[in-house]
Ligand binder design. Structure first.
Ligand SMILES: [Ca+2]
Ligand SMILES: [Ca+2]
Ligand SMILES: [Ca+2]
Ligand SMILES: [Ca+2]
Length: 401
C-alpha cells in the first residue's frame, strides 16, 4: 500500500519530474510493476466439508469434470459420503451412502486401471473395503473384505513395480500389512508382517532411499517410528531404525529441505511436532526444531505460498489449526491459525475453488467454515524488495541534471 501511494504521488507530479529529476523517471518507470503486484496477503482457505463423525477424507476429481471432489469416511458405522465440487469450491453431498463401517482413513487412486479414482477405506475392527468408481463419481462396493484389523491408515502406491496401485495397511497394535493388486482392483495379502504390536497410526509410501522403489514409513503412537525398505519386488525389510518414542498421530512425506530426498513431518499429541531429515539413503534423524502445536491429529504438506518449498498445515484437537511456512531449508515458522478450539481429525490440501491457490479441506467434530489470511506473500515480499532497490537507485543518481 505504501508503494501504491508513492506511485500515485509520483504519477501526479510525473511531467514535472520527467523534466527535472532523473530519479523520478526511474521511479515512475517501475511503478507499473508495483501496481501490477497485489499487496494483499496470500490467504489459505479452510473449507469445512463435514462435521460430527467425519473422521477421514481424501480429495480428488472423482467425476472427471476438472474440479476436486471429497470422499469422506465416517466413524460410528455411519455411511461414507462423496461430496462433489459443483464449481468453484462448492461441495454438495452426492447422496451416496457407502457402507456402514467405522471408517478411520480413506485413500483415492485408480485401482482397476480404467482412469477414474477408486477408493479404499480403512475400517476399525471391520474389513477394509474397495469402492470402484463408474467414472461419474458413483462408487460401488467391489465385494472385497480386506482383513478385519484395527486399521488406522491405508496408503496406495505401486509397491511391486508392476504398474498398478497396491495397498499398505497401518494397524494399531498389530503388524502392518501389504496387499498387492492384480491390476483389476482385486487385492491379495502379500503375507508380510511389518513389525509386531506397534501402534501404527499412519503409513506413508515413498521412495525413501532413492533406489527407485516404494518404501514405507510407519508412524507409531507411544513408540519409535519404523522405516521399511522395498527390495523392488514389493518385499519389505526393516531398516533397523527406531525413530523417537513420540505420541505420533500423523506423518507426511515431502522434501522439506530441498536436497532431493523425502523427509518427514511428524504430528504428535501432547508433545512437540518434529521433522525428520533424510540423509539421502533413507536414514532419518530428528531436526532440532520443536514445532509447538502439541495436540496434532493430522498433518498435510504442500507449497502454500508458491515459493518452491513445502509448507505444512497441521490439524489439531482443542486448539487452532496452524499453517507453518518453510524458509526453504526445512525450518518452519507458524504463520497463522484458523478454527480455534476445533477438533480436526482429517485434512487435505488442494485447489478446491480453482483460483490457483491451495485450499485446506478439513473435517471437524465441531465448527464452521472459516478463512484465514496468511502473511505469506511473494508479491508483498517482491514489492518490499523493489522498494529497497528504488531507495538504492535514488541514492546513486544525482538529484539534478
Ligand atoms: Ca478406477
Ligand atoms: Ca502393483
Ligand atoms: Ca526405495
Ligand atoms: Ca530432503
Amino acid at each position: 500500500m505504501v508503494e501504491f501511494m508513492k506511485c500515485n504521488a509520483a504519477r501526479r507530479q510525473g511531467m514535472h519530474a520527467f523534466a527535472f529529476y532523473k530519479r523520478k523517471i526511474i521511479f515512475i518507470a517501475l511503478c507499473p510493476f508495483l501496481l501490477a503486484m497485489p499487496v494483499t496477503a496470500h490467504a489459505i482457505d479452510f473449507i469445512l466439508v463435514a462435521t460430527g463423525q467425519a473422521k477421514s477424507l481424501a480429495i480428488g476429481d472423482v467425476n472427471g469434470d476438472g474440479y476436486i471432489d471429497v470422499f469422506v469416511g465416517y466413524n460410528n458405522n455411519a455411511p461414507d459420503r462423496v461430496y462433489l465440487n459443483n464449481i468453484n469450491g462448492v461441495l454438495t453431498d452426492s447422496g451416496q451412502k457407502l457402507g456402514e463401517y467405522f471408517t478411520t482413513f480413506v485413500a483415492l487412486g485408480d485401482l482397476d486401471g480404467d482412469n477414474d479414482l477408486d477408493a479404499v477405506t480403512a475400517n476399525l475392527n471391520q474389513p477394509n473395503h474397495v469402492w470402484l468408481n463408474d467414472g461419474t463419481g458413483h462408487f460401488s462396493d467391489s465385494g472385497q473384505a480386506l482383513g478385519a484389523s484395527y486399521s488406522y491408515s491405508v496408503a496406495l502406491a505401486d509397491i511391486d513395480n508392476d504398474g498398478d496401485l497396491d495397498l499398505a495397511e497401518g494397524i494399531y497394535g498389530n503388524a502392518d500389512q501389504v496387499w498387492l493388486n492384480d491390476g483389476s482392483g482385486i487385492f491379495t495379502n502379500s503375507g508380510q508382517n511389518l513389525g509386531g504390536t506397534e501402534n501404527t497410526t499412519t503409513v506413508q509410501l515413498g521412495d525413501l532411499d532413492n533406489d527407485g522403489d516404494i518404501d514405507l514409513f510407519a508412524a507409531v503412537y507411544n513408540g519409535p517410528d519404523l522405516v521399511w525398505f522395498n527390495d523392488g519386488s514389493g518385499y519389505f525389510t526393516d531398516s533397523g531404525q527406531a525413530l523417537g518414542n513420540a505420541t505420533t498421530n500423523s506423518v507426511a512425506l515431502a522434501d522439506l529441505d530441498n536436497d532431493g530426498d523425502l523427509d518427514v513431518y511428524e504430528g504428535n499429541y501432547g508433545q512437540y511436532n518434529k521433522t525428520l531429515i533424510n540423509d539421502g539413503s533413507g536414514n532419518f534423524s530428528y531436526s532440532s526444531q520443536d514445532l509447538a502445536d502439541r495436540q496434532t491429529r493430522v498433518v498435510a504438506l504442500a507449497d502454500l505460498d508458491g515459493d518452491g518449498d513445502i509448507d505444512a498445515v497441521v490439524g489439531n484437537y482443542g486448539q487452532a489449526n496452524y499453517v507453518w511456512s518453510n524458509d526453504g531449508s526445512g525450518t518452519f515458522t507458524a504463520t497463522s491459525s484458523a478454527m480455534d478450539g476445533s477438533n480436526t481429525p482429517a485434512l487435505a490440501l488442494g485447489d478446491i475453488d480453482n483460483d490457483g491457490k491451495v485450499d485446506a479441506v478439513v473435517t471437524n467434530y465441531t465448527g464452521t467454515e472459516q478463512e484465514v489470511g496468511s502473511p505469506l506473500s511473494i508479491s508483498f515480499l517482491m514489492s518490499a524488495l523493489l522498494a529497497l532497490v528504488l531507495l538504492g537507485l535514488r541514492r546513486l543518481i544525482p538529484k539534478r541534471i
